[in-house]
Design a protein around this ligand. Structure first.
Ligand code: ASP
Ligand code: MG
Length: 443
């Protein structure tokens, strides 16, 4: 069994949906097709919720009407028989009427719950349209509701046992089915309410499903031909990597590689299920395979993540007393803010966060421990490769490339597969280009 996940642009137009159907039909064996919402849909559903939350019910209704128009155009271009067009139109009207039913004063107080219900409709729409299309072209497929197996626990983490058990039963009961279709992103909470796996979570759904059934392979189909060695938005002459290890891919996804949701490598890695990244618009190209493989003694790939804040805490005493770090970490724990990078000297510690929601409170409490300096608008540059102690000189090319870039922090040795640097975001593009020239192009 394979898991095939298609992102928003892959299901974003009638032409691309037809392309997806072809790709799915050409892959042999049993498969579970996981779909995102059509591109932009989730953003617009959030706009609708925001409008409702601000009591702008007319605005919410008019955005909904625009969505109905857009989906009607897709229906026109996708289906060929009047009967299916009518069924599909009735379906989307029913869904958007349902969303509209929340556009009144009473919803404002329970907007958080409503938001989750509304944003879930995107994947419900895309999977229903796709499954109607598969039926129209006589390729039988069964639509599974993610609500029947995808669940998170009280801490918001996927409930793997529940997912494995429920999905296993569903598949066992449908042994003759070749193609299953289901929604990415959406799930139920531990209380049984509609919830989701956070923005971009469809990749995570695919990986959780692939791990639950111990799939032969998880394929993530997007609009780029795999994971590149550097960020193609800022650097010319990047290339798609043939293969990359789970650990490297996890670091790169976490630190900015847009192609994959940050957590999505973990479930696949745990069950050793290879993840193949493919391009829906260029299906012939090989893509990138993420699996257990050799990691080269050089930089394999670079990614960058913006929106980083660095906090330096300098001990009031001359030397760091024991308990200094513990006291600092407790503050972050209290405000449920995770720390990405950390470096220490004898008298001070610097660390970075990407969620600055509680920054003011955090700083206030840290000031009881030491003097605090905050720098914002920073970027983390992550370099993946083998930097373990058995290697020599892996870092020389990195630092030689960056003679013109002020570096705020360096993290080396946290894992064998990653070196991270923090620079000012205004220097990021230059840093990516200089690193590209120094570590990839000079050879
Ligand atoms: N539709 C959701 C989003 O846009 C999930 C996904 O596409 O992965 O965030
Ligand atoms: Mg995505």
């Amino acid at each position: 069994m394979k898991v095939l996940k298609f992102g928003g642009t892959s299901v974003g137009s009638p032409e691309s949906i037809k392309e997806v159907a072809k790709i799915v039909s050409n892959i042999e064996g049993q498969k579970i097709v996981v779909l995102s919402a059509m591109s932009q849909t989730t953003n617009v559903l959030h706009q609708i919720t925001d409008a409702i939350g601000a009591s702008n019910f007319e605005e919410a209704s008019s955005i909904i009407d625009m969505m109905i128009d857009r989906y009607k155009k897709v229906i026109e271009g996708l289906f060929s028989t009047e009967a299916v067009k009518n069924t599909a139109s009735a379906f989307i009207e029913e869904r958007f009427d349902f969303i509209k039913s929340y556009a009144h004063e009473g919803s404002v107080e329970i907007i958080d719950a409503i938001e989750k219900i509304i944003v879930a409709q995107g994947e419900i729409l895309s999977t229903n349209m796709f499954s109607m299309y598969m039926n129209e072209i006589n390729t039988p497929a069964s639509l599974l509701s993610a609500f029947d197996f995808m669940r998170i626990d009280e801490a918001g983490e996927p409930d793997s046992d529940f997912i494995t058990e429920s999905l296993g039963e569903i598949i066992k009961a449908n042994a003759d089915t070749d193609i299953f279709i289901t929604q990415g992103y959406i799930c139920l909470s531990h209380l049984g309410d509609i919830d989701n796996l956070k923005r971009g979570g469809s990749d995570y759904s695919a990986s959780l499903i692939g791990a639950a059934i111990v799939a032969e392979e998880i394929q993530i189909w997007t609009d780029i031909d795999g994971m590149h060695n550097n960020d193609p938005r800022y650097v010319d002459k990047t290339f798609s990597l043939k293969e990359i290890s789970f650990d490297e891919a996890a670091e790169l996804a976490y630190f900015g590689a847009k192609i994959l949701h940050p957590q999505s490598v973990i479930p696949a890695k745990e069950k050793n299920v290879p993840v193949l990244l493919k391009d829906t618009f260029n299906p012939e190209s090989a893509g990138t395979i993420i699996r257990n493989c050799e990691v080269p003694n050089k930089v394999r790939a670079i990614a960058a993540k913006d929106g980083i804040t660095a906090i330096r805490i300098k001990s009031y005493r001359m030397l760091m007393a024991y308990g200094f770090l513990k006291n600092i970490f407790e503050v972050f724990e209290k405000f449920k803010t995770s720390i990405d990078m950390i470096t220490t000297s004898e008298v001070a510690v610097s660390l970075t966060i990407d969620d600055d929601t509680n920054l003011n409170e955090i700083v206030k409490e840290l000031e009881d421990i030491g003097s605090v300096k905050v720098d914002s608008d920073l970027s983390i540059i992550c370099l993946a490769g083998d930097f373990s102690e058995k290697q020599k000189g892996g870092s020389a090319a990195i630092f030689n490339s960056l003679t013109n870039i002020p570096i705020r922090m360096i993290s080396y040795g946290g894992s064998n597969y990653n070196v991270s640097l923090v620079v000012s975001s205004k220097d990021k593009i230059q840093a990516l280009q200089d690193l590209n020239a120094g570590v990839f192009e000079s050879k």
